[in-house]
Design a protein around this ligand. Structure first.
Ligand code: ADP
Length: 275
């Protein structure tokens, strides 16, 4: 595929004078997998947070396709087509796996009022009468057709993680292993059918076999043409998965290229691997 999906230009973000992201520029093409690596504190997570709208930039621009997104909030950015996961995995512990996936959908169906999506889900599931009353006052829930589409989408995502999540559809998220919670989080992000999937250390805290499984799943997403921007510490995974690697140090990009080239770049070895 050609063209640019995500276009980041001269992006800046500081925290009390500390330049966490110091004027970086990069792109992600449609269907491309781009990894950001670098030592701790080099600005990787801040970059993801800026792209996903979790925090605001102090300078520069971010565009998704033809749309400037650097002034949009995270719900709007999700609606534009960027879905993300977090470093420590964020799921609603008492909701079932299926409902966790669905929550993501509701928050974009109602991008301007994510609370409404959540409240619909809770109220319709557990207090139908009160729920109907609430909806009568504040608005309409998903139509029957939307309901069918949502269920099909949730099932499709569960199917993606069949071996691990398929049988856990109705189990509360707190009963899942850590690795499965992280899978559920990726499933929730994928339910949004994002044009760009943003993953913050998708295998953090996972053992070797869990990491290998997540790598397989990410390779499948890549084969389906899913564009992915990720931060990851496990270089082996980065090298196997990425089309391109961006290396950050001190808030700047110090190297960028194909995995095999970056791996042998002396500046990278010094800044990242050598420490
Ligand atoms: P990385 O993901 O590469 O480890 P981060 O993007 O998390 O790096 O952090 C980059 C720098 O910005 C670090 O020095 C970090 O301490 C600082 N930083 C990140 N988030 C905040 C924040 N919310 N408040 C203050 N400083 C922050």
């Amino acid at each position: 595929m050609s063209g640019v999906l995500l276009d980041v230009k001269n992006l800046e973000r500081h925290f009390d004078g500390l330049k966490a992201v110091d004027g970086i520029s990069f792109t992600v093409a449609p269907g491309e997998v781009v990894s950001i690596i670098g030592p701790n504190g080099s600005g990787k997570t801040t970059t993801l947070n800026l792209v996903a709208g979790t925090i605001r930039a102090h300078g520069g621009t971010i565009s998704l396709g033809d749309t400037r997104i650097d002034r949009a909030d995270s719900a709007r950015i999700a609606e534009y087509g960027i879905a993300r996961t977090f470093q420590n995995g964020r799921v609603f512990a008492t909701l079932s796996v299926a409902d966790n996936i669905e929550v993501g959908l509701h928050s974009t169906l109602h991008a301007t009022r994510p609370f409404r999506g959540l409240s619909h889900l809770f109220l319709l599931r557990w207090i139908p009468l009160l729920g109907e009353l609430f909806i009568a006052i504040v608005g309409t829930p998903a139509s029957r057709r939307e309901r069918i589409e949502i269920d099909a989408n949730v099932d499709a995502q569960l199917h993606r993680f069949e071996a691990r999540l398929g049988s856990r559809r109705d189990d509360p998220a707190y009963s899942l292993s850590y690795a499965n919670r992280r899978r559920a989080e990726i499933a929730r992000a994928m339910a949004l059918k994002p044009t760009l999937l943003v993953l913050d250390e998708p295998t953090a805290g996972m053992n070797q076999s869990e990491t290998a499984e997540v790598l397989e799943q990410l390779l499948e997403l890549k084969a389906e043409g899913q564009a992915i921007l990720l931060v990851e510490h496990k270089l082996d995974l980065v090298m196997k998965l990425s089309d391109r690697v961006i290396v950050m140090d001190g808030g700047r990009i110090i190297a960028e290229g194909r995995p095999e080239d970056v791996r042998h770049d002396p500046a990278v070895i010094e800044a990242y691997i050598g420490r």
